[in-house]
Design a protein around this ligand. Structure first.
Ligand SMILES: [Zn+2]
Length: 539
């Protein structure tokens, strides 16, 4: 006995058997009932979702000996001929291989003849977008005035390639891609009827891999059945895809910044023989699920995800630890990196680099968390929320004019300071160039503590780096012959402007930086002051 592939065996023979296209089948059945079927129909949608199946069912229903009826009987001679593809009056034409003007001219001559056995002549042209321009033009003339016994059903995956003149003469039906859960349900019925004993999570994987195409899902099921695979693990092996477990482990490794584990998992995928590019796509989709799950919670998310209920319940507590922003940030970076992996001649390396980068990404604090912190800050800071008026600068500015700031500090001896800067320059011209921008201020009378006052900017940022400070301390110890505590202060250094005004602004800047609210904000947000801008307060 020859084996009939599942896609053929389970090809729908009535409108009711078509999965997931009720919006199309209901409308067509109504048109049949009311005898108002258009003479040119355009069926568009992804491959394997039932476009030609529906076209055949429609051809049967319109021609059925016991019809026209909302569904074909599938028993009469006409129905059987159409099912077998041997009807003279219902012809299926492959637009890809009959795309020229000659074929369409021949078709135009044939349609003039009355149907032989059926009520109507029906032409189903698949992949109609493949027709040449002249062929479309020839077709257009027929569509303008079709003989009353002729119907055209055009099927295409690319409706945008159909000339507007043709498109506008057709009634357009859009077939949709099936959802993973919907497709898995459909597979479940077939698996049960065929006595296959495939596990639920394995069916979900098949549905996911088929990307909404019924035909593809059945081809995969054929493949799985041929190997006798039933568990998720076996199905993964047959299809050469990685299961959700690996994706979950890798996702957690990324979120926890565990580079070693992440690389080990990629190695596993590689050794398993998995396609790295496909795996990268799966990882993107998986993070998309995590983002949806984190934002909506398991109840609302489960219908929007390709994951089983068990998976959803298992993942939710794991990812709840991370902010929705962090998950989104990883997803965003993955989407951007995915393209590079696809283009790469060494996809594994590209994926590894991307994952290492993701592992080192800092947790992003959400706006809500930030606002909460600001609230806490304002209520706890000594300056008080009530004093945080619309014109805080005016208040502080007024204060700075009345109370003079007590100086406890003195500038380093200019000669010694210049010698020190020269010494550092000799040892490291880079560090020397940073010091040139600084003013040295002794903050302890014994001279063991020196503040490097520096204008905020690139030099300041460089000075703040721990390595640079460490090296500067070593050099200072060498130069001064004792340990010197160097600290970097990002403040205004008096420049060449109006000395009095600048001095005053400097004091104000110092004061703003030192103010308890600013200091508290620095602490709360783990921040660094990079710039202080003072706007004049006129009127
Ligand atoms: Zn029939």
């Amino acid at each position: 006995m020859s084996y009939l592939v599942l896609a053929r065996k389970w090809r729908p023979q009535t409108f009711g058997e078509v999965v997931g296209q009720t919006h199309v089948t209901k409308t067509l059945q109504n048109a049949l009932k009311n005898d108002c079927l258009a003479h040119a129909l355009l069926f568009s949608g992804p491959r394997g979702v039932g476009k030609t199946s529906v076209a055949r069912i429609l051809a049967k229903a319109a021609n059925c000996e016991s019809g026209p009826a909302p569904d074909p009987c599938n028993k009469c001679g006409v129905c059987r001929e159409i099912t077998a593809g041997s009807s003279i009056d219902v012809q299926e034409i492959d637009g890809a291989s009959n795309r020229g003007i000659d074929e369409i001219r021949e078709l135009r001559e044939n349609i003039l003849f009355r149907p032989t056995r059926c009520r109507h002549r029906i032409y189903i042209i698949d992949e109609v977008h493949m027709l040449t321009g002249p062929a479309f033009n020839a077709l257009l003339k027929t569509l303008e005035e079709p003989p009353s016994h002729v119907y055209f059903i055009f099927a295409t995956t690319e409706p945008q390639k159909i000339p507007a003149t043709i498109h506008s003469r057709c009634q357009h039906y859009e077939f949709r891609r099936l959802g993973t859960a919907e497709l898995a349900d459909h597979l479940g019925k077939i698996v049960q009827a065929e006595g296959m004993g495939l596990q639920q999570d394995a069916m979900l994987l098949l549905a996911r891999e088929a990307e909404g195409s019924v035909r593809d899902s059945l081809s995969l099921l054929d493949q799985v059945a041929a190997y006798g695979a039933t568990s998720l693990k076996e199905v993964c092996e047959v299809l050469g895809v990685m299961g959700t477990q690996v994706l979950k482990e890798l996702a957690i490794a990324i979120l926890e910044g565990d580079v070693a584990k992440a690389l080990r998992l990629i190695d596993e995928v590689y050794n398993f023989g998995g396609n790295i590019q496909k795996f990268a796509t799966d990882l993107v989709v998986f993070f998309r699920h995590l983002v949806v799950l984190r934002n909506l919670g398991p109840e609302k998310a489960v219908t929007l995800m390709d994951l089983s209920r068990e998976n959803v319940d298992e993942f939710f507590p794991v990812i709840s630890k991370y902010s929705a922003h962090s998950l989104f940030q990883v997803l965003d970076a993955l989407i951007k990196g995915q393209e590079a992996i696809y283009r790469s001649t060494t996809p594994r390396l590209s994926l590894e680099i991307l994952v290492i980068r993701l592992c080192s990404m800092k947790e992003v604090v959400g706006l809500d968390d930030l606002l909460e912190k600001v609230d806490k800050l304002l209520s706890s800071a000594p300056i008080g929320k009530e004093n945080f008026s619309k014109e805080p600068l005016k208040e502080i500015s007024a204060a700075s004019e009345n109370d003079s700031v007590t100086q406890t500090t003195k500038e380093c001896d200019p000669e010694i300071w210049t010698d020190f800067v020269d010494f550092v320059k000799e040892q490291s011209s880079f560090l020397g160039s940073l010091l040139v921008c600084c003013k040295g201020i002794e903050t302890e009378s014994n001279g063991n503590r020196i503040q490097l006052k520096c204008r905020p900017g690139m030099q300041y940022d460089m000075l703040c780096e721990v390595d640079h400070q460490q090296r500067l301390r070593e050099l200072a110890k060498k130069f001064f012959g004792r340990a010197i505590d160097l600290e970097v202060e990002g403040v205004c250094v008096a420049d060449n402007g109006d000395a009095r005004r600048t001095g005053k602004t400097c004091n104000l800047r110092d004061e703003l930086i030192q103010s308890s609210l600013v200091q508290e904000a620095v602490k709360v947000f783990h921040a660094r002051i990079s710039d202080v801008r003072i706007f004049s307060n006129k009127g």
